[in-house]
Write a new protein. Structure first.
Length: 370
């Protein structure tokens, strides 16, 4: 029999500071992709996105089960498809058009690799036999989609029937299994760099976010969430900085991802409950706006960088950051107005009659059900 469901709020509350977290993460990724990856850890930005995805999706599932007594897989997959697919395929089409026009002629693109991008297989280039993709970074999105495909079913049939504490411990055990696989790959493979992009070796960052969603979740009143003190946040930050300081490849492809993901539990818990100047800054209007654009920005900015490098080869990193920002944001505004917002309205029309709780907010309060 399912365990008693802890009291939950009727819907996912709007948390503006999480938009700020998205803004920080996409900023890290953007600066790294502009040629400063030796200074700014773009991979850590992706880890933050993974953790946030795990937390939000798990919280949504807990709220839905608490309100309705079950989880609608049909509604979940419909929400994800309408949220993820239209912007993704439009970004691929835009990048492919520029390539076809010869505006990305310094790149080599393979049709099989593009098919892998379109079918969420690009993070397994060893299966495709090629890595010559369009400049749309879909390897990380593939990891998230593989997770979205399996986790709701696992929650419905297994995790949701456990107490929150036991469910979190189960996810933590899975994280340990992922770390073991990474360590085994480093030991047995001559080239273990794909630990970075394979789903089965990177999904633990999402699962650590699930742990926060399942246990000590600040959004769930009955969880009595732990409130970190500033010294705890500082210690977690020190752990993250230490992982970035160690440049050993074997460490990077094994323990770094685990330590970073585990450390994120602390600042996320603080941000979800805090009311200080950091939380206010994360929830400020500019950060909320960039957080709103973060998905489209993630999809579009590599194509814009590639286009600028075609027009002006050898462009310096700092100039590239500035030159690419405005046109990328303009494209994001168009994507939000013409694609994401209409899809959000369609989701509401299709799902509201079912009585299911809304999807976690992506931006402002009036779009809570987007």
């Amino acid at each position: 029999m399912p365990s008693p469901t802890a009291p939950v709020p009727p819907a996912m509350p709007y948390l503006p500071q999480l938009d700020g977290v998205r803004a920080l993460a996409i900023g890290i990724v953007y600066v790294a992709h502009c040629g400063l990856s030796h200074v700014v850890p773009g991979g850590f930005g992706v880890t933050v996105f993974f953790f946030l995805s795990g937390y939000l999706i798990t919280t949504l599932l807990r709220i839905e089960r608490g309100v309705s007594g079950t989880v609608s897989l049909k509604a979940f997959y419909l929400r994800r498809a309408l949220r993820i697919l239209p912007p993704m395929y439009l970004a691929l089409a835009f990048s492919g058009l520029l390539y076809g026009l010869g505006l990305l002629d310094w790149m080599r693109v393979d049709a099989v690799a593009v098919l892998g991008q379109a079918t969420f297989l690009t993070n397994y280039p060893d299966l495709l036999g090629t890595e010559q993709v369009l400049p749309v970074p879909l390897w990380s999105l593939a990891i998230e989609e593989h997770f979205y495909l399996l986790f709701p079913l696992a929650y419905l049939l297994w995790l949701g029937r456990l107490s929150p504490r036991r469910a979190a411990l189960a996810c933590l055990a899975l994280c340990g299994g992922v770390l073991a696989i990474r360590c085994l790959n480093v030991w047995r493979l001559a080239d273990y760099s794909l630990n970075y992009s394979w789903t089965h070796t990177r999904i633990d960052a999402i699962l650590f976010g699930c742990c926060l969603g399942l246990w000590n979740n600040p959004v769930i009143p009955a969880d009595r969430a732990w409130r970190p003190k500033p010294r705890h946040v500082a210690a977690a930050g020190a752990v993250i900085l230490a992982t970035l300081a160690v440049r050993n490849p074997a460490f990077r492809e094994t323990l770094r991802y685990t330590l970073q993901s585990a450390a994120l539990f602390v600042p996320f818990s603080a941000a979800l409950q805090g009311r200080g100047w950091v939380v206010r800054a994360l929830g400020s209007a500019p950060m909320r706006r960039l957080g709103l654009y973060s998905y489209s920005f993630y999809l579009l900015h590599p194509t814009m960088i590639a286009l600028l490098l075609h027009l002006r080869p050898g462009l310096g990193s700092l100039v590239l950051i500035v030159a690419g920002l405005v046109p990328t944001l303009a494209l994001c505004a168009l994507m939000q107005a013409w694609v994401e917002r209409p899809c959000a309205r369609l989701r509401r029309r299709l799902l509201d009659p079912s009585g299911r709780p809304p999807e976690p907010s992506l931006a402002d309060p009036e779009r809570r059900a987007a």
